[in-house]
Design a protein around this ligand. Sequence first.
Ligand code: KG4
Ligand code: ZN
Length: 344
Amino acid sequence: MDILAIESSCDETAAAVIRDGREIISSVVATQIEEHKLYGGVVPEIASRRHCESIVGVVGEALEKAGKAAEEIDAIAVTYAPGLIGALLVGVNFAKGLAFSLNKPLIPVHHIRGHIAANYLAYPELAPPYICLVASGGHSHIVRVNGYTEFETVGRTVDDAAGEAFDKAARVMGFPYPGGVHIDSAAKRGDPTKYVLPHPKTANRYDFSFSGLKTAVINLVHNTNQKGGEIDFDSLAASFQYTVSDILTSKFVSAAEEYGYEKIALAGGVAANSGLRSMLEERAAKKGMTLYVPPISLCGDNAAMIGSQAYYEYLAGVRAGTALNAAATMKLDIPYTEKTNGAV
Ligand code: KG4
Ligand code: ZN
């Protein structure tokens, strides 16, 4: 079964053709980062406009690269939540129009479920049950993946997402948006023990809180500047990356142990971070756990992961009609139904 998937939840317009949830036939990602960089972050209104301009070309290119006419596609999938509402609406309405005109099934996909599915494209043997740490610009979740469409969130951020903390800390260190990748490169040259940063506490042991850590970095930079001191930015980047990775990894591995998972997976844009990948690899190996990490190309937003998850949603009977709406927030654990548009 070939699914044409569309993703437009943030600042990437993406389309892909995915076979049976596991094979990438084509995948196209048009990023808007260069433009948002000018403003130090994603400007929602600009994102929506660029999605409108790009979507026809991106979907056309995905079909062309797959060597398929639109009529030869078996179903259309689209990210319907969560994300920037104006950005999501572009993909959702385009997908609705396409599905209706072609008379093909329309499959709504939750963005974070998509991030988790990225691993299915890289590891043919990976199947639920397993536990996944999803860390991206908008989300940080520890999710029990009990079935392809059965999820149970056991921990999540109570304030900033991990990627958001990376980007905000990077900004005060003078790196351009999105700063996560710049912290990653600078950290390679720095000493991770030079600056001691806080591990903020949370009421639920598997929840995350990154806002205090981000503020500690901002205060450290401002206070040092005020005193005319010098900051070793490579070591600050290394210390910050080490602390975030330690928080994510410790909680995730504890949750995996408590719930008895031997298979664990990492997903989301922050999964591209080299420090996090190696720390998790090391600690998982010590516990005898098998770790699945997506290739860098599938960590950030893309439509291939949406097409993968869409296949399993399709098998579970999930369909949307022309009433499908986008939603800025949406729980990951709740299945989509037409009556509720996925909401409780
Ligand atoms: O998954 P994603 O593309 O978008 C969301 O769904 O949010 O994640 C983007 C986030 C950004 O915050 C970006 O800085 C971060 O992932 N990121 C990284 C790295 N590459 C991307 N953070 C740390 N290290 C990296 N190498
Ligand atoms: Zn994402």
